[in-house]
Design a binder for this molecule. Sequence first.
Ligand code: ATP
Ligand code: MG
Length: 253
Amino acid sequence: MGKVIAIANQKGGVGKTTTAVNLAACLAHLGKKVLLVDIDPQGNATSGIGIEKGDIDECIYNVLVEDMKAKDVVRPTNIEHLYIIPATIQLAGAEIELVPVVSREILLKNALAPLKEQYDFILIDCPPSLGLLTLNALTAADAVLIPVQCEYYALEGLSQLLNTIRLVQKHLNTNLKLEGVVLTMLDARTNLGLQVIQEVKKYFREKVYETIIPRNVRLSEAPSHGKPIILYDVRSKGAEVYLELAKEVLARG
Ligand SMILES: Nc1ncnc2c1ncn2[C@@H]1O[C@H](COP(=O)(O)OP(=O)(O)OP(=O)(O)O)[C@@H](O)[C@H]1O
Ligand SMILES: [Mg+2]
């Protein structure tokens, strides 16, 4: 039975998509069968994995809003063992269109249920909000992985996220666990980054991964080439750290 991990933080630009794409690719590289699910209308995970917008007929929108089977929307990627359910801007309408739908928080869970046993991991890249799409991800997930950017306001907004997680645990998904917290975009030249690491570790303790993702230009270039870092530049620091993170995720089981 595959493990479903939602990669979530309502704060924008903290490294959710970079982590989703590269962790998925690294887990696949390590021999796991992985499905990446893009539920962000921005579609950054979709384009980051090399799928052109014009190439997409059906996406996660058709699954959530039109009841299409998830397996019919799954596509292969340039990485062996890695598959994706893409998202397009059409998904932006879903938050509103689903308002009158009964059980609208469990649509993704139901859609992914038949796929769970076909994959070792299903990673969900969430949008930067705590709206219905993120709720669907948290309800579908076994665990949530939170990227936290190493910057001054790192912890700000996290209590809101943790509160939402608690509400989901209470009402929608009693099994939801905190998978881990990954610190991203560390600039090792500043003391600030190191202070933030201490602060986040004090709060989340052993939940914080040993692997810390530094700022790395190659990581920021890779999406414009439609490639995860291990395809774009396997010798970069970015590739090294995301492989380490994947091994830690595997070790945590
Ligand atoms: N470790 C890193 N080093 C350098 N650039 C990075 C790194 N991680 C992410 N970036 C860049 O920072 C920007 C934001 O990252 P990303 O898109 O992963 O964040 P996000 O949380 O998914 O954003 P959003 O909330 O908009 O979905 C992107 O341009 C990305 O390429
Ligand atoms: Mg994103």
